[in-house]
Design a protein around this ligand. Structure first.
Ligand code: GLU
Length: 437
């Protein structure tokens, strides 16, 4: 069975970039009836916070990115220790003693000679000296000098030379595992079949391919997505930033976020999808391009608007606890973002102000007695206008704008034929009469 994982570090809130990774993993799993594991990468005990973990879960749930199982790296330290022991036993893990400053000097010396910054192992003698100084070791993985290759589901055939890479640190001086090791142990032991992540991990993958093998695990398949790029090259502040919770607080719908993030950077057009099932249907790695995916907030807002206009009341009723279905169906086409619905509710149920001149007031006065009798429905407005027309020389905007202003206090908004039944005859008379005095 296909099994994927999304592995956020709980050191901050999810942003659109992380969510795209989560979503692509989820869609791939869903499309293939696979398993989606949420792995909390909390080995950094100082920076990891349970509040962030809670926030990550809340954001994923809001997006309908449901996980089939949950793991915490912080509960698996013993597994990483055992794996490190295996590597030591097979001669692939070795102790190093250099300080960060010494490593920096080493890199600078190499650079001054025009050489790449590849870690050079200390001699036995040097190590003995470091040990005598009482230094605590950290541990590096000894890479085999060979070409590392894999068939990437997005990038195709990838080949990298181990000789161009430094032996990676796997265990810190305090005995804690580095991500590079922990991730491979988890992927191996939890039987991950596909590792889907950003292309900033390509060089990690090269190292990790050797590590899976050294630990006796099957090497999973990889898909490295091109990174997200914002239109102006920087993260947008328009909707309060690119944290998912900022988008949620701004009133953006989860399916607008999902629809955009699933499609940007692919050969499919960006379209609004109402359900995750519909999004998953067309999922295919073959559609993913190598160029950075452009994330544009304006596009998100457009999708959001399109989705909003089709939403049934059941989809919004929890957020619009004050409202009812006839109200929603009347105003949904006229809002760009859900919180605007409240403004229309207040316009219909509160007080409205309109700035009307003397002529407009006289005209409005003449329309009150022409209002059709109740019950009112969507035909009422046309019947009213038909009754008004023979009594006035006003036409078009001159005729309906004073009515709209008197009834809503706004120049734009939902069709009056929809608003009249919502207001009801009594309130309409009060509003029209209110302009006359
Ligand atoms: N915790 C890692 C990160 O956030 C996971 C990377 C991976 O998918 O292996 O970058």
């Amino acid at each position: 069975m296909i099994k994927v994982r999304f592995a956020p570090s709980p050191t901050g809130f999810l942003h659109v970039g992380n969510v795209r990774t989560a979503l692509v993993n989820w869609l791939f799993a869903r499309k293939n009836a696979g398993h989606f594991l949420l792995r909390i990468d909390d080995t950094d005990t100082e920076r990891s916070k349970t509040e962030y973990e809670a926030a990550i879960k809340e954001d994923l749930s809001w997006l309908s990115i449901a996980w089939d199982s949950l793991e915490h790296q912080s509960k698996r330290f013993d597994r990483y220790k055992i794996a490190a022991g295996k590597l030591t036993a097979s001669g692939r893990l070795y102790a190093c003693y250099e300080t960060p400053e010494e490593l920096d000097v080493q890199r600078k010396m190499l650079a001054s000679r025009g050489l790449p910054p590849i870690y050079k192992r200390a001699t036995e003698e040097q190590n003995k000296k470091y040990q005598a100084e009482g230094r605590k070791p950290h541990y590096r993985f000894s890479l085999h000098d060979e070409e590392i290759t894999w068939e990437d589901l997005i990038r195709g055939h990838v080949a990298m030379k181990a000789t161009t890479m430094s032996d990676p640190v796997l265990v810190r001086a305090d005995g804690g595992p580095v991500y590079t090791l922990a991730s491979v142990v988890d992927d191996g032991e939890l039987a991950i079949t596909h590792v889907i992540r950003g292309e900033d991990h390509v060089s990690n993958t090269a190292v990790q391919v050797q590590l899976y093998k050294a630990l006796g695990f099957a090497v999973p398949q990889f898909a490295h997505m091109a990174l997200l790029k914002t239109k102006d090259g920087e993260m947008s502040k328009r909707l309060g930033g690119n944290d998912i919770r900022a988008l949620r607080e701004a009133g953006i719908l989860p399916m607008a976020v999902n629809s955009l993030l699933a499609r940007i950077g692919t050969s499919d057009a960006v379209e609004p999808f109402a359900t995750m099932a519909a999004l998953a249907e067309g999922f295919d790695f073959k559609k993913f391009g190598r160029a950075p995916a452009n994330y544009d907030v304006a596009e998100l807002e457009k999708l959001n608007e399109k989705l909003l206009h089709q939403l049934p009341f059941t989809a919004v009723k929890d957020q619009l606890s004050f409202a009812d279905e006839p109200f929603w169906l009347s105003i949904r086409a006229n809002i760009k973002i859900l919180p605007e619905a409240k403004q229309w509710w207040d316009i219909l149920h509160g007080e409205v102000e309109a700035d009307l001149n003397h002529d407009d007031r006289a005209f409005i006065r003449s329309t009150v007695t022409l209002l059709p009798p109740e019950p009112w429905n969507e035909a009422t407005y046309d019947a009213w206008i038909a009754a008004i027309k023979p009594t006035t020389t006003r036409k078009g905007k001159e005729l309906f704008m004073p009515l709209r202003l008197a009834l809503t206090g706004r120049e734009h908004g939902p069709e009056l034929k929809k608003l009249l039944p919502l207001l009801g005859q009594k309130k309409v008379i009060i509003r029209l009469a209110g302009r006359v005095v």
